[in-house]
Design a protein around this ligand. Structure first.
Ligand SMILES: [Zn+2]
Length: 292
């Protein structure tokens, strides 16, 4: 719509005021977070299967065949280490092979598309209920979204891919260190399984962080494209909110001038951009700049 026509159309809603805060509160797309987690969990299961089916049996076999009878004070265990190294190389190759057929890129790009879909739905409600305009379904299909989504997808694929590899490295360390220190095979196996659990919770944190970042990027673009220059910072209101963000809660800021979130370093950002941030930006519509 032309800007002047928009102004005429929404005049009643503004009731003579210059700005109007969104009547709908934006929310973090938690259902997409869960979808992202489903993908990472499935990806991580490639490793867990490898650990159970290949790694642990190989370690047990190697220990049985090569562990010297006076293991606890023996320091010549080269044969065992060589055999373990070979077992880990085998696992690494197997992981590569399985990962290739997983199609992580496709699954993560579906998560990205879903984030956009929910974000648009949220935005349409905010616009409709606040200024009374119905946005078309194909309102957003510009190059920006395509590019931003591709970039986000690529970065996330790289991020997720590194987790099982890092874990494999860590497991290798646990095993070699364990035998070097005279730990029993049973304890070593337990430590490996525990390490796998750590990787899973790491993946969960990534999901929350990355979805929030993407959502924040989309929100920023949507609002600015519509001529929204200001927003109200809104924290999630629970105990996990960091003090630097809570301080900003309820205050108005500009999209072209992010507030300081860390007074010590002077670092600035918008809601949702910080690590694990769950804050959102409530748009403040201005009758003179509104452009829908
Ligand atoms: Zn926050």
């Amino acid at each position: 719509m032309r800007q002047a026509a928009v102004r005429e159309h929404v005049k009643k809603k503004f009731k003579g005021k210059q700005t109007l805060q969104s009547k709908v509160h934006p929310h973090q797309p938690e259902s997409v977070e869960r979808e992202y987690q489903r993908v990472t969990n499935a990806y991580m299961r490639l490793l867990s299967k490898l650990v159970t089916d290949t790694m642990i049996p190989e370690i047990r076999k190697a220990a049985k065949a090569e562990l010297p009878p006076d293991y606890y004070r023996h320091d010549d265990m080269d044969d065992l280490y060589r055999r373990l190294e070979r077992a880990f190389e085998k696992c690494e190759k197997e992981l590569e092979r399985k990962a290739r057929s997983f199609d992580l890129y496709k699954r993560i790009s579906e998560v990205a598309a879903l984030t956009v879909k929910l974000s648009i739905k949220d935005w349409k409600r905010m616009v409709k209920e606040t200024v009374g305009i119905d946005l078309l379904e194909d309102y957003y299909n510009g190059d920006f979204f395509k590019r931003a989504l591709e970039e986000w997808t690529r970065e996330n694929v790289d991020l997720i891919k590194t987790i099982p590899h890092q874990q494999l490295d860590k497991m290798r360390e646990i095993v070699l260190e364990g035998y070097r220190n005279g730990t029993t095979t049973t304890k070593i196996v337990k430590a490996i399984q525990k390490e796998y659990g750590t990787g899973r919770s790491h993946a969960r944190l990534i999901a929350r962080d990355q979805i929030s970042k993407l959502n924040s990027e989309i929100t920023h673009k949507q609002q600015q494209d519509a001529g929204v220059q200001e927003y109200i910072w809104s924290d999630s209101g629970d105990s996990r909110v960091r003090s630097g963000h809570h301080r900003l809660n309820g205050k108005k800021f500009r999209w072209d001038d992010p507030p300081v979130v860390d007074e010590r370093t002077g670092r600035r950002c918008h809601p949702g951009e910080d690590f694990q941030c769950r804050c959102v930006a409530i748009p403040v519509f201005d009758i003179d700049t509104l452009d829908l």
